[in-house]
Design a protein around this ligand. Structure first.
Ligand code: FAD
Ligand code: MLT
Ligand code: ZN
Length: 519
């Protein structure tokens, strides 16, 4: 194959330019032939770059490169330069592929639906892309135990449809459900819209099968709710973002689906009122409260501007909006509770206005206004995304502070939006602009990270660290904890081939690498 490009990857900002680690090998034609053998000669299992230049830019004839969809992330922000993507169909095939990569010191990036928002699922340079999309079988659905076993490449929405048909649901829902894969969700420990009800995936995932960096298969695939036989190793791989192993199978709780769901959207005049509404919702709706999401008027304006078919939900604009969802199983009971809640929030003047979804279509339209903000942001141009945990009551101060900080220099061309999972203390702070510039990035970072550190928050509530925030882990984790993470990385991936440049800071990662000459 032609030698790989040494050009730094495109990541929309100078501070993220990193150098390729030359201790990794380069994929040769021999490697490609070996990969083809690993997938049993199946041509669809190995995709090789069709452009001669090894960049992911459009090929000279105007056609896209075959590797584009594996090299570029959902936002179009992170661009890798891989020459080859492998798509195994079985754990055995993947194991053979990883053995080869390990022996040859080839860096690998595990990839699911490629909907991640921190550049974790695309190569930084010429890593071999291992895409799990063809390992997409639903292995079993056990209605009695409420547990499903799936291969990692099963798309979240497909699992939801399959279990719904049996009266169950997946304890996870997010805007990318039509594309993100269960393996990707587990590997990012995705939060989403149902975390308030079902908790983190760390509690819902019962077992995993993993292919380790050297190709060995680690069988942690149990369907037991209780298992206290020593260390809970599967937790290491949940949220590891593909740096410790490749998830191939998942056993996950799939509880009974609620039969009665209500959705209400409220307009409020301050963030403090949103917090007050949350307190009342927790107290008055109790066990039927299943989601509590907020967004500001700036977010709604962008949705109305960018997404066809959306419309202002209330008669007059409000500075803040909250979507409340209730889920239960006895309609009369749930509806009575919701009505009592509505009465109280009106009487106490916590809300300015509100609307309850009158049917499924209307409820869907209300949810869309919140769920598709990230899609509106993508259509609007460039976006700097921050996904932060902060003390709930003070969460929105960061949005107003940043607005005041950016306005004098950047004016109205730069919009600062705040939305997120208020019920989980998770703010999505987004800066929408025409293009990525170093000046704007320098005005935002490290300010946002320092602010979060000073509040003892987290610089990644749910999206992970990926390549975007590998160095920023120190704002939220103690140095000793980062050191221990490095030790775990070395234990599980001694050659450091799994998802290099991601999650861990360079100083920790480097120690895990073995130079080619010593192999
Ligand atoms: P990818 O993007 O392909 O990969 C993500 C990370 O996981 C990478 O580091 C990759 O290397 C690793 N990985 C993928 N598959 C495997 C595997 N089988 N084994 C080991 N490592 C693997 N996230 C939330 O938390 N909450 C939300 O509400 C939410 N909403 C979103 C809405 C939209 C419109 C979009 C585009 C994204 C949203 N996300 C959200 C982010 C993203 O969808 C999630 O992080 C999702 O879990 C990623 O899944 P994926 O299959 O696309 O993974
Ligand atoms: C969301 O909650 O909408 C997602 O996490 C995506 C985003 O932050 O834009
Ligand atoms: Zn989110």
């Amino acid at each position: 194959m032609a030698p790989q490009s040494r050009v730094a990857p495109t990541m929309g900002g100078a501070s993220h330019v990193i150098a390729r680690d030359e201790r990794y090998g380069e994929v040769t034609d021999d490697d490609v032939r070996h990969f083809v053998r690993c997938v049993g000669g199946d041509a669809a299992g190995v995709v090789v770059s069709t452009s001669a230049t090894a960049t992911n830019s459009k090929a000279a004839d105007g056609a896209g490169d075959a590797l584009d969809k594996y090299n570029v992330d959902w936002m179009g922000k992170y661009h890798g330069r891989s020459r080859v993507a492998v798509l195994p169909k079985t754990t055995k095939e993947l194991s053979a592929i990883m053995s080869r990569c390990h022996a040859r010191n080839l860096a690998v990036v595990p990839q699911g639906g490629n909907t991640g928002l921190v550049g974790g699922g695309v190569p930084a340079y010429d890593e071999v892309v291992v895409n799990l999309g063809r390992m997409n079988a639903i292995v079993s659905i056990d209605e009695d135990a409420g547990v499903s076993v799936v291969e990692a490449g099963v798309v979240l929405e497909e699992l939801e449809s399959a279990v719904r048909a049996r009266g169950m649901t997946v304890p996870l829902d997010l805007g990318a459900k039509g594309k993100c894969q269960m393996g990707g969700c587990v590997s990012t420990n995705a939060g989403g819209l149902r975390l308030l009800r079902y908790g983190s995936l760390r509690g819902s995932v019962l077992g995993l099968e993993i292919v380790l960096a050297n190709g060995e298969v680690l069988d942690l695939l149990r369907t037991l709710r209780k298992d206290n036989t020593g260390y809970d190793l599967k937790q290491l791989f949940i949220g590891a973002e593909g740096t410790l192993g490749i998830v191939t199978k998942i056993a996950i709780l799939t509880p009974r689906a609620p039969t009665n769901v209500n959705v209400a959207l409220f307009g409020l005049d301050s963030f403090a009122s949103c917090v007050e509404l949350l307190k009342l919702a927790r107290g008055r709706l109790g066990e039927i409260l299943s989601a509590f999401e907020f967004f500001d008027r700036e977010s709604l304006d962008l949705v109305l501007e960018q997404l066809k078919g959306t419309r202002d939900p209330l008669a007059k604009p409000c500075p803040f909006y909250v979507v409340v969802e209730t889920s239960g199983s006895v309609k009369s009971h749930d509806n009575a509770k919701l009505q009592a809640f509505l009465k109280i929030v009106k009487n106490k003047r916590v809300i300015v206005d509100g609307v309850v979804g009158k049917d499924e279509k209307h409820a869907f339209a209300l949810w869309t206004l919140r769920e598709r903000i990230s899609v509106a942001l993508k259509y609007a141009g460039a976006v700097y995304k921050y996904d932060i945990s902060l003390p709930t009551a003070r969460m929105y101060n960061l949005v107003t502070t940043l607005r005041a900080r950016l306005a004098p220099q950047f004016g109205s061309g730069v919009k600062v939006l705040g939305y997120g999972h208020l019920g989980d203390g998770n703010l999505h702070l987004n800066i929408s602009c025409a293009e990525y510039t170093d000046a704007l990035e320098r005005a935002i970072e490290p300010f946002v990270y320092e602010y979060t550190r000073d509040e003892r928050g987290s610089v990644s509530a749910e999206h992970g660290l990926g390549i975007m925030k590998a160095e920023e882990i120190i704002y939220s984790k103690d140095a000793k904890a980062v050191e221990l993470m490095g030790a775990m990385k070395r234990a599980l991936d001694p050659r450091g081939i799994l998802n290099p440049y991601k999650v861990l800071p360079a100083a920790t990662r480097v120690a895990a690498l073995i130079p080619m000459s010593r192999l």
